[in-house]
Design a binder for this molecule. Structure first.
Ligand code: BGC
Length: 742
């Protein structure tokens, strides 16, 4: 008897151990075998919860029923431990108890709001960006979320496009580095740790090149441009282990990205060997009908699944058509199985089969959403994202002995405006945790300085009745700080603008205040590069503050009073006129380049407009100054397999400690295809005490000198290269040449 008993125990134990040791792949295959076609299709189906929506929502009154039948794989816009738990409980009533995935746009923070991604990218601080994504993941995962639809890694060269705010700017090299750290930040050490969420690199691909900067518009571009400029940040995200990708709304050369087999099957899942899954953008499968590449939802589902779109966000095309497509043998069941496996694999990796409620701890939610450390870090990252564009006569930093300030403008007092476009509206959480600009300044100066306030005008509209009050308090003060810009929902999705000036009468308010002859510091709050020539030319100091999030007020005050010396540099070109767009630093030279604004004789210029931007890529000032010297190349001729060491000295020659972002650019002088006049290939952000010098070393290898030739081959061609060390893409301080030999 005892022997039989022991044998049974042994069997049970070994089965357990065996099942624990089953690899995820085996577990997925076993589960797949048990699934009906309907259940499989359910996994590919993602619905919006009943609240926020970023697209036209579909009303569905029997979502709960469908979840219980295993017909839904994922929900988006479902927030908080309680709500996610209640949906997950329904999924646990389904036959196979496959847990739901909860996705959310956690773009610049969850409860603690960080600077918008474009602002953060101006910090060029990869560690800081990883940390901000990490904190967003810690908070979101504590609140029931498994998956963020971020980072957006679209290269963006057109500031009319409202979504420039969501990316890392115009440069591919920097964009790829940022893509990588943001993925690492969201996903943490590994999926499955309770504070890690899946990242989603979006929008695949070339969404940022929408014609005319109009959101969702068509993209027409050469394969070479696609490979060289738009795809590398996605590749970097894949190499960093990104769990998912989202495809884009646009068509590329006539083929909608969602039905684009070449992009998704050949490049992403083929050449790049991506093992995660692809989610469509909101309704983008059904929208192929509007694109005119399919006749109806049946054809749309066929096109999307064939092209490699695994999960259908909100279009219901898969749910309503895939079964029929499989039965009619238009879609091979293996295509469906592959998509299901990819999704199930992630659910296993997240550990949801072991504990579907592992992200549903109320204690953790309370703790992490109220973690004071997060605010401290946000304050620091916000300071790092503010770009000092102008500082005549060292107007800034303000002296701590300043006795009176007129703080004027429609953006001084609002709380929510600081949050930027992608705001997560948490149930039961009000906005009191946001530090307004007004409060930030009060926190900084206490009673030592009298701060007077006037709104002056609204962000939009023509009403100037507040000007008198603004002028009155300005007259009573030593210095004016004017906070103006865009409303937070003037940049973001579907927020393209054709005339990207500062709206309303805000510039007129500036002009009226400027006449008083007092020093005037302008804070510009926006989600994109705006055009503000009058202010640029006449203000004493300008801080581009973007939208900085929860700690905006404190961070701005830190910079105004020199407790943080600004170090950010622009990652996107600021045009002086809409007519210059698209304008970006790494353009080709043309056969007839223009070299000045004075000569238009048969060269590539405008008769009525400068060829130069207002502020160039890489530009940003500090309260101190830096001297670049002694550029040295380890060799002037290198072989393809050799590395070149580039060194230089940098010295802080001003009166404040500070950080400089030293940029290394190259130019490939002669190649089989025309190369950009300048290409960023490295940078270092270095802190120097006043008077301090440091030796900086950079490495150039073959990879940095290679490019896609006209056959789309990644090649390294011998020839002469120029190395340029700059404080911006225009402010090149040191140069030398070297030759790459065969
Ligand atoms: C946007 C995506 C977003 C999705 C879900 C779409 O309209 O383009 O970036 O992740 O909505 O909210």
């Amino acid at each position: 008897m005892t022997k039989i008993y022991l044998a049974i125990i042994f069997c049970i134990l070994s089965t357990n151990i065996f099942s624990q040791n089953l690899t995820i792949e085996k577990k997925v295959n076993e589960l797949l075998k048990k699934m009906t076609l309907e259940e499989k299709i359910g996994q590919l189906n993602q619905y919006n919860d009943d609240n926020t929506a970023t697209g036209p929502p579909t009303i569905d009154n029997n979502k709960a029923d469908q979840i219980k039948k295993g017909q839904v794989g994922s929900l988006l816009n479902c927030l908080g431990v309680e709500r996610t738990r209640s949906w997950q409980e329904l999924a646990m009533q389904s036959r196979l108890k496959i847990p739901l995935l909860f996705g959310q746009d956690v773009i610049h923070g969850y409860k603690t709001t960080f600077p918008i991604p474009l602002a953060e990218s101006c910090s060029w601080d990869l560690e800081a960006m990883e940390q901000s994504a990490r904190i967003a993941a810690i908070e979101a995962s504590a609140s029931g979320i498994h998956w963020t639809f971020a980072p957006m890694v679209d290269i963006a060269r057109d500031p009319r496009w409202g979504r420039v705010m969501e990316g890392a700017g115009e440069d591919t090299y920097l964009g790829a580095l940022i893509a990588k750290v943001r993925v690492k930040g969201f996903q943490g050490n590994k999926l499955g740790e309770t504070n890690s969420i899946m990242a989603c690199a979006k929008h695949f691909a070339a969404y940022g090149a929408a014609m005319g900067g109009r959101d969702y518009n068509s993209v027409d571009m050469s394969d070479r441009m696609l490979y060289e400029t738009y795809l590398p940040p996605f590749k970097a995200a894949v190499d960093a282990g990104v769990a998912t990708l989202m495809n884009s709304f646009n068509d590329i050369n006539g083929i909608p990205a969602t039905g684009n087999k070449k992009l998704q099957r050949e490049i992403l899942k083929g050449k790049w060997n991506f093992k995660g899954f692809v989610v469509s953008d909101w309704g983008s499968i059904g929208e192929m009908i509007n694109h005119g590449t399919v006749k109806n939802e049946y054809e749309a589902a066929l096109s999307a699944i064939t092209a490699g779109s695994d999960m259908d966000m909100e279009s219901r095309c898969y749910k309503n058509n895939l079964a029929q497509l499989v039965k009619e043998k238009k879609v091979d069941i293996q295509l469906v199985d592959d998509a299901v496996k990819r999704i199930l694999t992630k659910k296993f990796e997240l550990g949801l089969f072991d504990d579907p409620f592992k992200y549903c701890s109320k204690d953790r939610e309370i703790k992490e959403l109220n973690n004071p450390e997060h605010a401290k870090i946000a304050r620091n990252i916000s300071s790092k994202s503010i770009v000092l564009l102008k500082n005549e006569n060292n107007t800034l930093p303000l002296s701590k002995n300043t006795k009176s300030i007129a703080f004027i403008g429609p953006l001084v007092k609002p709380l929510l405006q600081n949050k930027g476009f992608w705001d997560v509206e948490l149930p039961g959480v009000d906005s009191n945790f946001i530090v307004s600009q007004w409060e930030g300044l009060q926190n900084k100066v206490g009673n030592s300085c009298k701060i007077l306030y006037a709104k002056g005008c609204e962000i939009e509209g023509t009403d100037k009745s507040g000007f008198d009050e603004a002028i009155k308090i300005a007259n009573e003060s030593e210095i004016i700080i004017l906070s103006i810009g865009e409303r937070r929902d003037l940049s973001g999705e579907a927020k393209s603008r054709s005339n990207i000036v500062i709206p309303g009468v805000q510039v007129e308010l500036f002009v009226a205040l400027k006449k008083l002859g007092k020093p005037i510091v302008v804070l510009i709050n926006a989600g994109r590069p705006l055009i503000f020539n009058e202010i640029a030319d006449n203000a004493d100091a300008i801080l581009y503050t973007w939208w900085l999030g929860s700690e905006a007020g404190n961070a701005i005050a830190d910079v105004l009073f020199g407790d943080y010396n600004p170090s950010a540099k622009l990652t996107i070109t600021f045009p002086r006129s809409v007519g210059q767009i698209p304008i970006y630093y790494n353009h080709l030279n043309t056969g007839r380049p223009a070299n000045s604004d004075d000569n238009h004789i048969y060269n590539s210029s405008y008769l009525d407009l400068s060829i130069y931007p207002k502020y160039e890529f890489g530009f940003g000032k500090s309260y101190t100054t830096f001297d670049y010297s002694q550029l040295k190349l380890s060799k002037h001729k290198i072989k393809k397999q050799e590395e070149l060491e580039v060194s230089m000295w940098i010295k802080n020659t001003g009166n404040y400690d500070g950080e400089e972002i030293v940029q290394l650019y190259i130019r490939d002088k002669v190649a089989s295809v025309s190369r950009p006049v300048l290409e960023l290939k490295d940078f270092q952000k270095v802190f120097l005490k006043k008077g301090e010098s440091k030796l900086l070393k950079f490495k150039i290898d073959k990879e940095k000198l290679s490019f896609f030739n006209s056959d789309l081959k990644w090649v390294t061609e011998p020839g002469e290269f120029e190395i340029m060390m700059g404080a911006s893409s225009k402010d090149i301080r040191l140069k030398d040449n070297f030759e790459l030999m065969d």
